[in-house]
Design a protein around this ligand. Structure first.
Ligand code: ZN
Length: 234
């Protein structure tokens, strides 16, 4: 597997312009804040499970959405938005950067952006009578996560020029892997998380077995230690 559960410092050093965690940016931070991120949704069942669990702990998270899934499941996307979570771009078709030309990579990202923006507009219009949720996600989506974590330097550079923040992670749960047990998935998270960590999980059917085990326990464990879960806002 490409990534160990804890990101090595060398990778972070090679790509200093990407966001790996929020602790290293501010070494003096003593805030007990964690950033849960969910990739590959929105999809029925998986995303809905995640939303319910987050709600129980009053936790906010960041969802890196695949554009084609937003198109297929606009109602689920709406739930994510109206629950007050942050939205990020994860390309239209889950494109692998290393094997894709920079032009195609950017186009695929912009295609997803159009879909996301279109649906956000619709959601905002339908919320306009509800002052409680009216202004949720009124910010421009400026977060991007490369599928598989694979992105060429030129692609990253162009996306940053377009105004995206490239959000990586420092904790990988490996929730999507069939050879990773529920217990090991949870252990990956518990053992490697520090203040300011960005944790990768998936709201996908593939990862659902491990997420059903790991997410509630992660929320309970760190909440009981006084941590808060926040969305990424840049
Ligand atoms: Zn992905």
């Amino acid at each position: 597997m490409l990534f160990p559960a804890k990101m090595p410092w060398l990778l972070k050093k090679l790509f200093p312009n990407y966001v790996w965690d929020f602790f290293s940016k501010n070494k003096n931070s003593s805030k007990k804040v964690l950033y849960l991120t969910f990739d590959d949704g929105p999809v029925p069942e998986a995303t809905e499970f995640v939303l319910e669990e987050l709600k129980k702990h009053n936790a906010k998270a960041t969802f890196f959405c695949i554009g084609s899934n937003v198109e297929k499941h606009p109602d689920i996307f709406k739930k994510v938005v109206n629950d007050g979570h942050a939205i990020g771009n994860h390309t239209q078709h889950h494109v692998e950067g290393w094997n894709t030309s920079t032009q195609n990579y950017i186009n695929n990202t912009l295609e997803a952006q159009q879909i996301i923006d279109k649906h956000l507009k619709k959601i905002q219009a339908s919320n306009s009578n509800n002052s409680d949720i009216k202004n949720r996600q009124s910010k421009i989506v400026n977060l991007f996560r490369p599928p598989y974590g694979r992105i060429k330097r030129s692609q990253g550079k162009q996306l940053r020029k377009l105004g995206y923040n490239i959000i990586m992670w420092d904790v990988v749960s490996k929730d999507w892997r069939e050879d990773v047990s529920e217990e090991d998935c949870l252990k990956n998270v518990i053992d490697n998380t520090v203040k300011g960590s960005i944790i990768v999980l998936h709201d996908s059917l593939k990862a659902l077995k491990n997420v059903k085990f790991t997410l509630p326990k992660t929320l309970e464990y760190f909440s009981s230690k006084g941590y808060r879960f926040e969305k990424i806002e840049l």
